[in-house]
Design a binder for this molecule. Structure first.
Ligand code: AHR
Length: 506
């Protein structure tokens, strides 16, 4: 390995505002899958649990993570779920088969528990309706139960269940991954497009203030990718606000260099969906722009996962409890940079999932909760990215990858908080050697480099209950700054947050 630093440049112009930093970009996802709900957010009897069974240590870490919005209850789970099973007296709730994950669902935790948990975590709920085994009527029933004030059968049922005020859920997803052969109730593009349009139309009659997310492709390699989005938008352009994107990045099935280029894959996927949406918008003579909801994204060792097709139905099988390395955290940080760089169109994003299932937070039954490596870039980005996203175009060398062609070594974005004038640059060095970053902050006289946090460390170590902080960010010395210019070294394969403050506020 060559130890000489590569050189790259970033020019930060505080007037080059791309979009606001939408808080909904810091979303997460809680599915009835593995130990995300049971043993994750909900564990009655745990030493930190409250009288509702909500684990206090998980709530604390969720707040520390800086999560803004949480999608629920699935995921694949939702496509055969009856929401009515999860409301009313717990003792009367049925145990059902969870078809998505081949286990038993006791329904001890349901809709109202989720809403209470969201209030405790200070996050916005994002609700998914079942368009796999169910349809327009059940989606309308769920919305009426949640959002209609009173005086109808379902709104009064909610009141009888102890919730006099409507839940006022704003964000609704019209099903989940309906293009996937693994989905219960998979649809063709046309079947889904018509169902989404009719469901959206009916839901808006009940509550015109809701925002609706229609299902896009499960990833950009799906055979129907492109056709799916185009067909959907031809039929439902007026009825929906967002089209969704999902993508998981597998460190186990590709070279290190290819994996570190995951941000580029996400970038191209977003560009393609924007192009499709705008093409259909142009054809239909629409002024409205469709927004993107990247409502499942993360690193996932998919190649280690075997579908639970032939095992016994057991209560709570732990599923995909991946342990994450520093490289995984670098990629997660890079994916967040990519989402911010597209904040003009991507206005909702949810890391999948919150607890235990490919998650930043892990728990042991009756035991501790700890932060995985990927917790840190998420938490720091959510805390520091404020105000506006700036249009930053990094310049620097590229490296060759097997799958994605030549990929830039440096990935970066900047934000600027108009209240404090603080500028934060988030930067990933994808190269296996340091990068010397020449940073120029235009009209930056008097600015100082106040903080440099980095996360690096390769692919060997992970955090465990015994060593929960083994892979953690560390502070590096800041660099002198003169006339808005600084030279900052980014370690090999690292994620970095660089904070710059006007001198007097440093
Ligand atoms: O997050 C795990 C699963 O991945 C979700 O249930 C599904 O939507 C996706 O395929």
């Amino acid at each position: 390995m060559n130890a000489d630093p590569l050189k790259a440049d970033v020019v930060v112009d505080r007037s080059a505002v791309l979009a606001p930093v939408h808080r909904r970009l810091f979303g997460s996802f809680v599915e009835h899958m593995g130990r995300c709900v049971y043993g994750g957010v909900f564990e009655p009897g745990h030493p930190t649990a409250d009288d509702r069974g909500f684990r206090g240590d998980v709530l604390d870490l969720t707040r520390e993570l800086g999560v803004s919005v949480v999608r629920y209850p699935g995921g694949n789970f939702v496509s055969s779920y009856r929401w009515e099973d999860g409301v009313g007296p717990v003792a009367e709730r049925p145990t059902r088969l969870n078809l998505a994950w081949r286990c038993l669902e006791t329904n001890e935790f349901g809709l109202n528990e989720f809403i209470e948990w969201c209030r405790a975590a200070n996050v916005e709920p994002m609700m998914t309706v079942n368009l796999g085994t169910r349809g327009v009527q059940e989606a309308c029933d769920l919305l009426e139960y949640c959002n209609y004030p009173s005086g109808t059968y379902l709104s009064d049922l909610r009141r009888k269940h102890g919730y006099a005020e409507p839940h006022r859920i704003k964000l609704w997803c019209l099903g989940n991954e309906m293009d996937g052969p693994w989905q219960v109730g998979q649809k063709t593009p046309l079947e889904y497009a018509r169902l989404a349009a009719e469901t959206a139309k009916a839901m808006r009659i009940i509550d015109p203030t809701i925002e609706l997310v229609a299902v896009g492709s499960s990833n950009s390699d799906m055979p129907t990718f492109g056709e799916w989005e185009a067909t959907l938008l031809e039929h439902a352009y007026d009825q929906i606000d967002y089209v969704s994107l999902h993508h998981y990045f597998d460190p186990g099935d590709q070279s290190r260099g290819d994996f570190l280029a995951s941000g580029v894959v996400m970038d191209r996927f977003i560009d393609a969906v924007v192009a499709t949406a705008d093409h259909i918008g142009a054809k239909l003579r629409k002024r409205k722009k469709i927004q993107l909801s990247f409502d499942e994204w993360n690193v996932w060792y998919v190649s280690r996962f075997t579908e639970p097709t032939d095992r016994e139905w057991i209560d709570l099988p732990p599923l995909i409890e991946d342990d994450f390395t520093a490289d995984d955290a670098v990629v997660v940080g890079d994916l967040m940079i990519t989402l911010l760089r597209h904040a003009d169109r991507v206005t909702v994003a949810n890391q999948a999932q919150l607890v235990n299932v490919i998650a930043p937070i892990r728990t042991l039954p009756g035991g501790p909760a700890w932060r995985q490596s990927i917790f840190h870039p998420f938490a720091i980005t959510s805390r520091l990215a404020k105000g506006s996203v700036l249009d930053v175009r990094p310049r620097g060398p590229v490296y060759a990858t097997d799958r994605h062609g030549d990929v830039p070594v440096l990935s970066a974005v900047a934000t600027c908080d108009p209240d404090s004038d603080e500028v934060v640059v988030f930067a990933v060095n994808r190269a296996e050697q340091p990068v010397e970053l020449n940073l120029a902050l235009l009209a930056g006289d008097g600015y100082v480099h106040a903080e440099h946090v980095t996360l690096t460390g390769g692919r060997d170590a992970v955090n465990t209950p015994e060593q929960p902080d083994r892979v953690s960010p560390r502070r590096l010395d800041t660099s002198p700054m003169d006339g808005g210019r600084a030279v900052i070294e980014l370690p090999a394969v690292s994620w970095n947050a660089l904070r710059f403050t006007p001198h007097e506020k440093g």
